[in-house]
Write a protein that binds this ligand. Structure first.
Ligand code: NAI
Length: 344
């Protein structure tokens, strides 16, 4: 995905909170059964880390990711009242994981669309999510107004747009759509668009380019998703549209993600810690499993990744096992057993 961030045989594994332990165990079982040949440096983070380490993000966990450069991470709940806005955001910031890559592929047939195959690349460090906001008091009301600052830099725009084009080249993709709101946000989004249009010239003849207003992009994703291939956008637009795109293929249970920087990469499912079903053995491990496949791609082990993807597809399409969120009644272990059997 990004040669500078490629790691070795040892990966940091963080099970995380809630269903994290259940889905992580399932994923490691599949990786081992597929002969992925990885060693796991297991570390803690999240609410579960506080009792032993006094913090949801122990230094030893950061050191491990730093050394191994690649991590597979379960969901982390953000404890109320901690110094962190979010442990996930803190990890992304610490390692400057500027590219959030979310491939969206049909696995369960019979949804609204068949054969969806899209990739959203979301800028992960700038935009409105930098958290520069405050209330403005007036006439005795301390919250009479609120202000939030969107930050766009040429540097940040260039590296995410270039990432989208380089990703497209590396993965045989044909077109990059830059989605924006430059018609209204003429400075922040205007800069993002200007940078995109300029960089597109460097890839002319190799990867196509178009720009589209974000609201029209949302409409066309619902009406005719096949007109898109790779999409790139700023942080908040990417956050929103990636969930919309997950909805095109059946929801968050199948949504993997990679957070990629110059030197490090952290792979995680899009879903959270699902406290409502934690400990019941019913969680769907597919999101984290497909994230582990992205990790294998990143480590140059795409053959193993594709074997696992094929096994998941065989199990789900053939209804050999389906977890509750897929409309079945199998638990995590039964689903995982079926995937392991399908590996052959
Ligand atoms: P959630 O994704 O944990 O749960 C939403 C709904 O989806 C729940 O009904 C849950 O049971 C279901 N669900 C989620 N994953 C599932 C799976 N693998 N199999 C079956 N059903 C599944 O979102 P929620 O409830 O908003 O967040 C819970 C906690 O997770 C919060 O503390 C939040 O901050 C954290 N979170 C962490 C993320 C991360 O680590 N990247 C991402 C999103 C939320």
């Amino acid at each position: 995905m990004n040669s500078g961030a490629q790691g070795g045989n040892v990966v940091t594994v963080i099970a995380g909170d809630g269903i994290g332990a259940e889905v992580t165990d399932a994923v490691l079982r599949v990786l081992n059964a597929a002969g992925a040949g990885l060693e796991y440096d297991r570390r803690e983070a999240g609410v579960g880390a506080i009792s032993a380490h006094g913090t949801p993000l122990p230094q030893s966990t950061l050191d491990s990711i730093d050394a191994n450069r690649v991590a597979l991470k379960g969901p982390l709940a953000t404890p109320a009242g901690s110094g962190f806005r979010s442990v996930n955001v803190a990890i992304r910031k610490h390692f400057d994981l500027y590219a959030n890559v979310r491939p969206v592929r049909t696995i369960v047939p019979g949804g609204r669309y068949e054969d969806i195959d899209l990739v959203l690349i979301r800028e992960n460090t700038e935009g409105l999510y930098v958290g520069v906001e405050h209330f403005i008091g007036m006439e005795g009301d301390p919250k009479a107004a609120a202000e939030s600052v969107m930050i766009t830099t040429r540097f940040g725009s260039e590296r995410i747009v270039r990432f989208a084009f380089d990703y497209s080249l590396a993965h045989g993709r044909k077109k990059v759509t830059l989605a924006h709101k430059a018609n209204i946000l003429k400075h922040t989004q205007g800069l993002f668009l200007e940078v995109g249009q300029r960089l597109a010239g460097d890839y002319a003849g190799r990867v196509g380019f178009e720009d589209r207003i974000i609201d029209a992009t949302a409409m066309y994703l619902v009406l005719d998703p096949y007109r898109f291939d790779v999409l790139v956008m700023e942080n908040m637009f990417g956050d929103i549209l990636s969930d919309l795109m997950a909805g095109l293929v059946g929801g968050l249970g199948f949504a993997p993600a990679a957070n990629v920087g110059e030197r490090h990469a952290v792979f995680e499912a899009v879903h959270g810690s699902a406290p409502d079903i934690a400990g019941q053995g019913v969680a769907n491990p597919t999101g984290l499993l497909l994230s582990a496949c992205l990790m294998l791609d990143h480590l140059g082990r795409s053959a193993t990744a594709n074997r696992i993807r094929d096994a998941v597809s065989v199990v789900v399409r053939g209804a050999l096992a389906r977890t509750h969120d897929m409309g079945g009644d199998d638990g995590t272990a039964a689903f995982t057993n079926a995937v392991v059997r399908a590996l052959g």
